[in-house]
Design a protein around this ligand. Structure first.
Ligand code: PDD
Length: 285
């Protein structure tokens, strides 16, 4: 039985109870993080907690605890659950209110929920990918604050389901100017020749931690600069390689976009060059 943390207590998951008056339930007013850990080593803890605090400030939810206290809880929940490769799911909502009213009080005690879940073992340097992706494209119909890692994920869910129910793995999203934003649950990189590009950080995309770690690893350990800029739909369609990045998928090659092969339809050479760098140095950032 998996052990979760809820509002100060470690309890079996099937005993965890949340009030229906929790504003996370009523209004989707919450934030979350999915943090990968391998053999007890947490990837990007500070980056994840900084992003969580950014979201808490944006929603005027008090910080439930300090970075050090979060990390202590993460280590404890890892010890209480079995498995070498565990994601830590952290969920903070505004908390419970007395009545259903759109306006919020900024001093309500937040609800804090943490659970672990199994993730794939980290891909060794030089290994073949566990999975490659076939994706569809859609116009990005989400909201204007995609930089906040909000639990209000209905837009993302609808975009994901569009491809998932047709047997594809993800949906690449394009804004009204036909520029790439991200995928419904991952950031996107494109490669042309040797040049690696990814959309610039703004309110249209989530500032992904894997994206950040990959950019830093390439710069620091290989002197490779990733271009952060606007990327047109034509560039994406003519890319030699497309990758998805996320905490649970690491760097996943996309081999098909809208039923057309990406590049020559095989795993790209630049992915093969970059993956060992990420595999070796992701713990160093
Ligand atoms: N999703 N963009 C979106 C919309 C995402 O939902 C995610 C992550 C990412 C990648 O962020 P990171 O590298 O920090 O995982 C980008 C996670 C895995 C989720 O929804 O559980």
């Amino acid at each position: 039985m998996s052990i979760v943390f809820l509002n100060g207590q470690f309890i079996p998951e099937n005993e965890a109870r949340i009030s229906p008056m929790d504003r996370g339930f009523l209004f989707g007013e919450g934030l979350y993080e999915s943090i990968p850990t391998y053999s007890g080593k947490i990837i990007g803890a500070k980056l994840h907690l900084d992003r969580l605090n950014f979201g808490l400030d944006a929603l005027q939810i008090p910080h439930p605890m300090s970075h050090a206290e979060w990390v202590e809880l993460f280590n404890e929940i890892l010890q209480r659950n079995e498995g070498d490769n565990l994601g830590i799911y952290v969920h903070v909502t505004r908390g419970v209110s007395q009545k259903r009213f759109h306006g919020y009080m900024s001093d309500t005690a937040p609800t804090v929920f943490i659970r672990t879940f199994s993730i794939n073992a980290p891909l060794e340097a030089g290994a073949e990918p566990l999975q490659v992706a076939k994706v569809l494209s859609q116009e990005d119909r989400r909201w204007d604050h995609c930089n906040i890692k909000s639990t209000s994920l209905l837009g993302n869910v609808l975009h994901f389901q569009h491809s998932h129910q047709q047997g594809y793995d993800e949906t690449l999203l394009f804004n009204e100017h036909n520029e790439l934003t991200e995928a419904s649950s991952a950031n996107v990189f494109v490669v042309k020749g040797e040049v690696i590009s990814t959309p610039v950080l703004d309110k249209q995309i989530l500032p992904g931690i894997t994206r950040d770690i990959l950019i830093q690893v390439l710069q620091r350990f290989a002197g490779i600069t990733v271009e952060e800029r606007a990327i047109s739909m034509d560039e994406v369609k003519n890319a030699d390689e497309i990758w998805l990045t996320s905490s649970t998928r690491e760097i996943m090659p996309v081999i098909e976009l809208d039923d057309h092969p990406v590049g020559n339809g095989a795993i790209g050479n630049v992915w093969r060059k970059v993956q060992p760098l990420y595999a070796t140095h992701k713990f160093d950032i």
